[in-house]
Ligand binder design. Structure first.
Ligand SMILES: Cc1ncc(COP(=O)(O)O)c(C=O)c1O
Length: 414
């Protein structure tokens, strides 16, 4: 790298994201992002799958998109078979597009539907990555209230009516109905039906993100929104959480009108999603999906319990509300209003702790300053215990909470 730097920085386009700081490695207590459990990465089985599929199909890598622009056919066949189970989707390989992570699916839907000045409805607490993308696109984001079962449909009806009275029809409602990020709720069937009736009445499409839906604690869950009304819904999913985020593989399910347009948009974005990743995942998951996901969910559930115990022991009554997730990898918490978690980020980082501050996961950042999200998938149980204790110490030093005496009383009882 030259010390003088690039001579034409003044030519950089306006409205770029803030420059990325140099990467300094991962923190010791890493409770951020959507990382997975390293001990649950089936590396030996994946190596065998890679060897088998390369010996069988490897020469096909000579072509761009050798099974067409929608992705490796056996992986699309696997998605069709998987979608026919709990999501209850009846579709064909022509309705499936493999994407470079489900984040690309979000970009594609945004490209398909959004223009600056448009309005979209999201769940009041939602995936930070989706919020970042939308803010950069210059669309109006409206938060719809959630409760412990996900979207509150009566409240959503009021939001839609209010927008309607101002002459605004939202371009979509983005929802994570099965293992909501960050609250971990599951939208019950009756609410799904009411959501679809409501959105049909208001003529607003539903954008369903099933990133975590395969990771419910008992493997069950209501049918997907797409299965209940395919004309009304675009559906995306991911292999990041069920297998490995570094693979960068996701998928979309949509009917022909939407699909043909998505394929055209993706062609402009890239020259196809990496075929080797798709081949390995198809080879491995077509044999082992149920067993792998069952074992992973069990591990995640145990880690959640470890984290909940640690949070209760270390933070005691300073946690005003804890959303106990029904699956997935996150714990969403609320501390008292006087704790501004954004002020904890730097001191926590100095103590080797990373967490997700609530405002980044909220449509209304100003009212979510005392919320935070902890990911329990990556750290071991010992690291979870140590890290939560270290985080409580930082929080106490910065805010006086959790009150140490209250915690001592509480841990003495345990
Ligand atoms: C709800 C949700 N959707 C989509 C994504 C994007 O994931 P990926 O691009 O790894 O599939 C994430 C990542 O954490 C997420 O939480």
């Amino acid at each position: 790298m030259t010390a003088a730097g690039f001579a034409y920085r003044h030519l950089f386009a306006r409205d770029l994201p803030p420059p990325a700081p140099p990467w300094r490695g991962f923190p010791k207590y890493n409770f951020i992002g959507g990382h997975n459990d390293p001990l649950r990465i089936p590396s030996t089985a994946m190596a065998e799958a890679a060897s088998a599929v390369l010996q069988r199909d490897g020469t096909r890598l000579a072509l761009y998109n050798f099974d067409g622009p929608q992705g490796y056919r056996p992986l699309r066949e696997f998605v069709v078979a998987k979608a026919a189970q709990r999501p209850a989707i009846t579709c064909s390989v022509d309705d499936v597009l493999i994407t470079s992570g489900s984040g690309q699916g979000i970009d594609l839907v945004n490209q398909l539907l959004l223009e600056p000045g448009d309005t979209v409805i999201l769940e009041e607490f939602t995936y930070g990555g989706a919020l970042t993308k939308l803010r950069r696109l210059g669309v109006n984001i409206i938060g719809a209230p959630l409760d412990e079962d996900g979207l509150d449909i009566d409240a959503l009806a009021r939001v839609l009516e209010d927008l309607g009275s101002k002459g605004v029809t939202p371009k979509y409602i983005y929802t994570i109905p099965t293992i909501q990020n960050p609250t971990g709720s599951i939208l019950p069937l009756e609410r799904r039906q009411r959501l679809l009736a409501l959105t049909r009445q208001h003529r607003v499409p539903v954008f369903e993100d099933e990133c975590y839906a395969d990771l419910t604690w008992d493997g069950s869950g209501p049918p997907s929104l797409y299965s209940l009304d395919p004309q009304q819904v675009i559906h995306i999913g991911s292999f990041s959480k069920t297998l490995a985020p570094s693979l960068r593989l996701g998928y979309m399910v949509a009917g022909p009108d939407v699909m043909s347009q998505l394929v055209a948009c993706k062609r402009e974005m890239d020259s196809g999603t990496g075929a080797l990743d798709q081949m390995v995942v198809a080879e491995y998951f077509s044999q082992s999906f149920g067993e792998h996901v069952g074992g992973l969910s069990e591990t995640l559930h145990e880690k959640l319990d470890t984290m909940v115990d640690a949070v209760e022991r270390e933070f005691g009554t300073a946690v005003e509300k804890m959303w106990y997730p029904k699956g997935g990898i996150f714990l969403w918490l609320k501390l008292p209003d006087r704790v501004d978690v954004t002020k904890l980020v730097v001191p926590a980082a100095s103590a080797g702790i990373a967490f997700n501050p609530g405002p980044e996961w909220s449509c209304n950042p100003a009212v979510t300053k005392s919320h935070l999200r902890l990911c329990f998938a990556l750290p071991s149980k010992d690291v979870i215990r140590e890290g939560v204790a270290a985080f409580a110490r930082v929080c106490f030093e910065e805010t006086g909470l959790p009150e140490r005496s209250a915690n001592i009383r509480r841990s003495a009882q345990n």
